[in-house]
Design a protein around this ligand. Structure first.
Ligand code: ADP
Ligand code: MG
Length: 147
């Protein structure tokens, strides 16, 4: 299903992949990120934000679930749902209004709310492989259409 695999060997390379996607992202894009803690989800997201033209710092919104950035080419909604216990909590913050709006959304730990993701969601999975080095990451894009 439109799978693209990247391999990176430095934080900057992962940032760059995010940045290039952010530069081309269309309104309504929804990106679901998965991968263990410390694998590079936020770094990828920071690159993506940069690509959208957002220059302010982008950090993991773990304690707020959602951080909104309006200073880029498109509104950017950065979700981190790590602490969401029940997908219904997402209704309370108006999840659908954001993801089905004109902005672009990235959801860290999206596997926790999988049932809320629409079919057009692009999946980005980041994995380590210690045999290939401490800074090695495999980044798999799924359901992605080149724009
Ligand atoms: P997450 O959001 O998945 O918990 P972060 O993006 O906050 O992860 O942190 C990723 C960490 O891994 C950073 O400290 C970064 O420097 C480090 N790192 C090392 N190599 C890479 C790489 N190839 N790609 C992304 N991050 C890397
Ligand atoms: Mg993170």
């Amino acid at each position: 299903m439109n799978e693209i695999i990247y391999e990176t060997n430095a934080p900057k390379e992962t940032f760059e992949i995010g940045r290039k996607l952010g530069e081309k992202a269309l309104p309504g894009t929804i990106i679901a990120m998965s991968g263990d803690l410390g694998v590079g989800k936020t770094l990828f997201t920071q690159g993506f934000a940069k690509g959208l033209g957002i220059d302010e710092p982008v950090n993991s919104p773990t304690f707020t679930i959602l951080q909104v950035y309006d200073s880029g080419r498109l509104p950017f909604y950065h979700f981190d749902v790590y602490r969401v216990g029940d997908p219904e909590e997402m209704d309370e913050i108006g999840f659908e209004d954001y993801i089905f709006g004109e902005g672009v959304s990235i959801i860290e730990w999206a596997e926790l709310i999988e049932e809320l993701l629409p079919p057009e969601t692009v999946f980005v999975k980041i994995e380590k492989d210690t045999e290939k080095g401490f800074d090695y990451r495999k980044i798999t894009l799924d359901n992605f259409t080149e724009q």
